[in-house]
Design a protein around this ligand. Structure first.
Ligand code: COA
Ligand code: AMP
Length: 629
């Protein structure tokens, strides 16, 4: 069937479409009710089905005779370690750790926070949760104590699974002070903290709260997969919201398995015998969906990479990994390729490796600039595909569906809506835009399976935030247009979220930290364009009257506060003191206008501006601080 036919079928009769796809996964009890729309916008897919995430990711393939096939390859250029686990070995380790979790009192529905570096044990912990019906919440290792504490509090987790340390180029990330800090800050009390001791970097544990990974396994029994209702949750993944309080995106079990398994062939053209690599981190949605779940649901071999595109040890590491393991396709963020391009613009490292296995590169997480796509195409001589998605959806909203039909590339566009997503552009007057007219990008409800049915313990926030501005539609908070051929162009966010090296951050959350500084009266954080990371946050600060600290000290302290409270991942390195912030007459800070000035974009003088002279002052400040050249 052509892409057009499949797409139309999915939109005209979603129930029939998703019913037939649900036959491709393992169910303890097949669903008879495919979609329940009675409580819109809270839709339920496969309501009466019973299944298990871990069974579909691991056991099913063993049942089908693939027990000796490699499920997980671990390659860590940062430590020099490499290993492989077959599906049989993976099941053994997952089922034992599931037993260990049970020994610590974890039951169906309990939450387990996982704060770990990119080691196989992190994937084992995720799958073990699925095995016993616990809900995992993975927290990215680059977040600091505050963020970890807010996730422990909101999820009311029973257990934290962590490690003695992570490794970043040039430094060891000690988890102990971060965990201790989080436990001090969190109001909710954990029952146990399980530390995975990394060889050579073991730490002393404090019983009775703390136990090592190995100790926890000592008297653990092999544990089978439990039957879960399709609408029970597989995980919570917190993502940036417009305030400092992160949003707990939840994923229900049945729809997640059906949708993600379908994407492997249809979007990525990956078959069961292929070897797949997603160079992301399990702390992000790309890592959840495409390091762990989708490739394992499909029964492929997936690669877990603990390293960076450059510096571990050089800009050739991606090519080394692709050639060593015969990777068919790679999925990463454009930043990774910009970093390689910067270090090795002529692709000298590339020529050292045999990349004959390599068939396509997928990019997402931030806007892929045409220069980088063209550079990658020239070097790799394979299709480079920009596709668009969000933590909220867990799989691509728009893409070239390469397993159905290869479409032509339009540089700067994230291709067409994927089957299941009825994407529209809405204008401020609430009418649907014509081709090429800009507006808010929305998706007609119901969203397909595998997307978020609600927010963790926050139905109202879900409804108010995402489903209310445009009745009958999910508001993506991205703006752009759809052209006459149906290609979607993602141009910007419409809220205060920025994308720094493919990492989603809230400028509002950074402002909350800055405003806690004793000398800061007001602040504004904006994301300015950056050649490597796409965007970088900068802070503009005004000071309280009578402050006796010098500006440099205040800036330094503010930068440190953001690093300590949010984490190094915020990449917050610029805070400048300004006399005044530009505002509307009603007091709203004109962040958008300042961003345009910093990025040398054209801007209109806002009609409601309180004092236009402030924009000139800001321009001078940006020049003085080398931001505007
Ligand atoms: N644990 C602890 N700290 C971490 C971390 C982790 N898991 N990941 C990143 N950090 C730290 C980094 O060490 C760095 O700290 P520093 O300020 O002391 O140098 C800071 O957070 C910023 O990290 P990052 O934005 O990754 O910048 P970088 O300069 O270290 O690396 C790239 C630049 C381009 C190599 C890197 O951003 C990259 O690989 N990007 C790919 C994007 C990606 O995978 N996105 C995931 C979504 S698809
Ligand atoms: P996250 O939830 O971290 O995946 O971030 C989602 C946001 O990243 C989207 O809402 C977009 O703003 C941005 N994004 C993701 N993929 C793309 C893409 N291909 N092009 C442009 N922006 C993207």
């Amino acid at each position: 069937m052509s892409f057009k036919d499949i797409y139309e079928k999915s939109i005209k009769n979603p129930e029939e479409f998703w019913k037939s796809l649900s036959d491709d996964i393992f169910w303890f009890k097949k669903p008879t009710k495919i979609l329940n729309s009675s409580k819109s916008p809270f839709y339920k897919w496969y309501e009466d089905g019973k299944t298990n995430t871990c069974y579909n990711a691991v056991d099913l393939h063993i049942d089908n005779g693939l027990g000796d096939k490699t499920a997980l390859i671990y390659d860590s250029p940062i430590t020099g370690n490499k290993s492989k686990l077959t599906f049989n070995e993976l099941r053994k380790r997952v089922s034992k750790f599931a037993g260990a979790l049970k020994n610590q009192g974890v039951e169906k529905g309990d939450r387990v926070v996982i704060y770990m570096p990119m080691v196989p044990e992190a994937v084992i912990a995720m799958l073990a949760c699925g095995r016993i019906g616990a809900i995992h919440s993975v927290v990215f290792g680059g977040f600091a104590s505050n963020e970890l504490a807010s996730r422990i509090d909101d999820s009311k987790a029973k257990i934290l699974v962590t490690a003695s340390c992570g490794f970043e180029p040039g430094r060891i990330v000690e988890y102990r002070p971060l965990v201790d800090g989080a436990l001090k800050l969190a109001k909710h009390k954990l029952q146990k903290v399980i530390f995975y001791q990394r060889k050579g970097n073991e730490i002393k544990l404090n019983s009775p709260l703390e136990i090592s990974w190995d100790e926890s396994l000592a008297n653990a029994k092999d544990t089978d997969c439990v039957e879960m209702n399709s609408n029970d949750y597989a995980y919570i993944l917190y993502t940036s919201g417009t305030t400092g309080i992160p949003k707990g995106i939840v994923r229900d079990i049945g729809g997640h398995i059906v949708a993600l398994k379908w994407t492997m062939k249809n979007i990525y053209n990956i078959n069961q015998e292929d070897i797949w690599w997603s160079a992301s981190d399990i702390g992000w949605i790309v890592g959840h969906s495409y390091i762990v779940y989708a490739p394992l649901f499909k029964g492929c071999t997936t690669l877990l990479f603990e390293g960076k595109p450059v510096g571990t040890p050089d800009a050739g590491v991606f090519w080394r990994v692709i050639s060593e393991y015969k990777i068919k396709s790679l999925f990463t963020a454009p930043t990774a390729f910009r970093a390689i391009k910067k270090e090795d613009p002529d692709g000298k490292f590339f020529s050292k490796y045999d990349l004959s296995s390599f068939k396509s590169l997928f990019l997402a997480g931030e806007r892929a600039d045409p220069d980088t796509i063209k550079w990658a195409e020239n070097l790799l001589k394979v299709p480079v595909i920009d596709h668009w998605w969000q933590t909220e959806t867990s799989w691509a909203i728009s893409s070239n569906c390469t397993g159905i039909e290869m479409m032509k590339t339009k540089y700067g566009s994230a291709c067409k809506a994927v089957p299941g997503y009825d994407v529209k552009i809405i204008k401020p007057d609430q009418t649907i835009a014509k081709p090429n007219e800009m507006g808010d990008i929305v998706v007609k409800l119901p969203l397909p399976p595998g997307t978020f049915p609600t927010l963790w313990n926050a139905d109202k926030r879900y409804k108010d935030n995402y489903m209310s501005n445009y009745k009958g539609y999910y508001q993506t908070y991205d703006a752009g247009h759809i052209d006459e051929d149906g290609y979607i162009w993602i141009m910007s966010r419409t809220d205060d979220i920025i994308n720094v090296a493919g990492h989603r951050l809230s400028t509002g959350a950074i402002e909350e930290v800055l405003s806690e500084h004793k000398s800061v009266a007001e602040c504004a954080v904006i994301g300015i364009a950056d050649k490597l990371k796409g965007q970088l946050p900068i802070g503009l600060l005004t000071l309280k009257a009578g402050v006796d600290q010098d500006n440099e000290t205040i800036s330094k302290e503010c930068i440190k506060m953001v690093r300590d409270k949010i984490g190094p991942v915020a990449a917050f390195k610029i805070a400048i003191v300004v006399k005044r912030l530009p505002k509307t007459r009603s007091g709203k800070i004109l962040r958008g206008t300042v961003r345009k000035i910093a990025d040398k974009e054209e801007y209109k003088m806002p009609a409601t501006i309180d004092d236009p002279k402030i924009l000139d002052e800001i321009k001078d400040d940006l020049i003085k601080n080398n931001i505007l050249k």
